[in-house]
Structures are given as structure tokens and as C-alpha cells.
Design a protein around this ligand. Sequence first.
Ligand code: GRF
Length: 202
Amino acid sequence: MRVGVLLSGSGTNLQAILDGASQEGSGYEVAVVVSDRADAFGLERARSAGVPAVHVEPKAHENREDFNEVLADALREHRVELVCLAGFMRILAPNFIKAFEGRIINIHPALLPAFPGAHAVRDALEWGARVTGSTVHFADEEVDHGPILLQEAVPILPGDDEAALHERIKEVEHRLYPEAIRLIAAGRVKIEGRRVVIEPEE
Ligand code: GRF
């Protein structure tokens, strides 16, 4: 399965996805990495792995739809079958979601539907939650909203600050995200309304 990764930053999740792809029987390869930021370190990671790295500049496009169309074109050009959002800090427009309907997944650093949005780690800390975690879910037109594929809890420890907690969440993410992609590549994942069914291994 050909995977396209969208990111805006450091790309530690991309790295985990790349490392996962090279494991025997992964069933997937990273076909292209696309970023809205030219200086995203994730683009460097892609290049080091020999994967095409594309920057699409939002400001170079008239409006959000045009920018999203160019993003979609970059993925189509590389015959991407699954889109993985890995720290992509922009809200996708409906034309993009439609173009890859049911074939976009996102990783979010909280146990959705708790703490959606761009500051999920900080929000969980400030709320005084005892447990947060990581969620891999299908993306739909609402932010951090689509059907949930995988989740894992991470305890919040006394003395945690945002950086320390995010670090421990990322350790979980780096396991969860490649696992989610492997399941989809193996054809074991079905969306039934809000529920995601994971079929047992044959
Ligand atoms: C991750 O914590 C992910 O959950 C969130 O953005 C962060 C990206 O981190 N959506 P990285 O760039 O993969 O290190």
C-alpha cells in the first residue's frame, strides 16, 4: 500500500512510519511526504530515507481550496492510497477530504473525544486529568472527530510538564501509528458508521 504523509514539523511519527515500512511484512511503503512548511525537519527525514519530499506553500495559493487541491495533486501524482496526517497543523478543506474519503488517518495526542484541538497535551494537564493518551482515527470534515481506529492510555504523573508528558505520549504514538497502517494495509479495517471494526488475523 502506498502511503503519503502530511506534516508540518519535526516528523518523529514520520520516522516511526518509515522504520515500520522497512520491517518485513509491513505491507506498506511511504510514497511521498508533503509539508506546508519548507523548513519542516520531516522533509529532511524523508530525503534521508530516499522518499520524495514536497513543500506546498499555502501563501502561494489564492484560497484554502486551491491549496488543498495542490496537496491532493501531489499525493495523486505519487499514487497514494492512504494519507497519514502526522503533525500537519492545518485544517483540511472539504475538497481534500472528499478526494481521499475514508482513506485519511490522523494521530492525536489525547484520548478523543477528550481534548481535541491543537493543544491537547497542555489541555489535559491543565484539566487535571489523571490519564490521557494517543488516538489514531479516520479524518472527516470535523477536526479530531472521525471514527477511532486505535487508542492507548498514558498516565499523567505528578510533576509532569507539557514537554515530559508529550514525550511519553510520543513513545506510544511511535508504536501505534505504524501498527494502524499495517492493519489497513492488511485489509483488516472496516468503517461501520462511527465504529471501526478490526478483523482478526487469518
Ligand atoms: C504528535 O504528537 C501528533 O499526535 C500531533 O502532532 C505531533 C507531531 O509530532 N498530531 P512529530 O512531528 O511526529 O514529532
